[in-house]
Design a protein around this ligand. Sequence first.
Ligand code: SF4
Length: 393
Amino acid sequence: MSEHIYIHVPFCIKKCRYCDFYSKIDLALIPDYVAALVREIRLRSPSTVPQSRGSAATVYFGGGTPSVLGSRHLGTILHALDKSFGLSGQTEITLEANPGTLDDTHLKEFPEMGINRLSLGVQSFDPAQLCLLGRIHSADDAVRAVEKVRNAGIENISLDLIYGLPGQTGEHLIRELDCALDLSCTHLSCYMLTLEPGTALHAMYKRGKFFPMAQRDQVDLFRKVAGYFKSRGWDHYEISNFAKDRALRSLHNSAYWRMVPYHGFGPAAHSYIIKSGTHGKGVYERSWNEPDLDGYIQALASGHLPPSDGEALTLEQRQMEYIMVGLRTSTGLDIRAAQDLWENRFLTVFQNLMEQLKGKNFARYQDAGKRFVLTLDGWMHLDSIISAFVEKI
Ligand code: SF4
């Protein structure tokens, strides 16, 4: 079976103002973290030998800022993954990187180690926006980082951009997108800025020092982004994700959106696994390591699994997740799979709602009626559409 593996790297040089991901800025703990991570991978390794299972389909180093690890530590982690899960030239191995932390010497070693996709957290090409977001890099750093990655022989380059900052106009956003495409990246993740409780930006908002963009203006910008990529023939395959062509979609994230099981390692990492039975029919469990780097290192140093929690998913939870992730993607809901998940009651429960959404041009049927997919107008009302589905579950 092909596995999907997520590695959480909980280190950053500095905390960005908008970010609520679990990370620490004490890089001195990196060697202990790597040793603990390798132990966790071994302890949770599947019992069958990798050769008999084939190789992992994807590995995704997220964070945090995985690029702070450098090639030696990344090589150690990949070696452990290879021994426990099997890696091959076909495995999509993505590394998230901050443009301010890419070192040429390390970068040149990445392709040999199997890293074949870089996801660069550019966020903006505008110095004022980078400053407001609290990023450590400049726009020039971002441009140079893309050049360095390409010179190292990695062609599959994704950029993250954030839009919807106060005062941003459509013209400004188009200039940002032009800058990204001028760099010949193959994939873009464009996220609307959200205010997460506990972040510095949220504290500024509470003190009246930050004024978020009005929702109707955000919606206008979303339409601009979608139109921009449509006119260039890019594949808008998830509400915030765009690939130059279909073959360049993120295989790892696409697996999440199809609710394919995955293993997560590292503090704060989540896993989604089949406890018993087979895909589609089994007992599913979601589990997560506690966001506690010290506890993680201590537990694994003494040979134990790290502090964690988890839950077996009820049928209703799986149904809700199926709706929530499926409607975000351009492949939408697979009606036959949904009928299976609802024990043949999906159409009975939802057909009226689906027809109403189709009538408002919020959705359409695709592939000869086999799929139900939201339109661009539907994506603009995603939250209320999901709520309408969830009410009926
Ligand atoms: S956005 Fe990325 S670099 Fe910034 S604090 Fe969050 S994880 Fe770290």
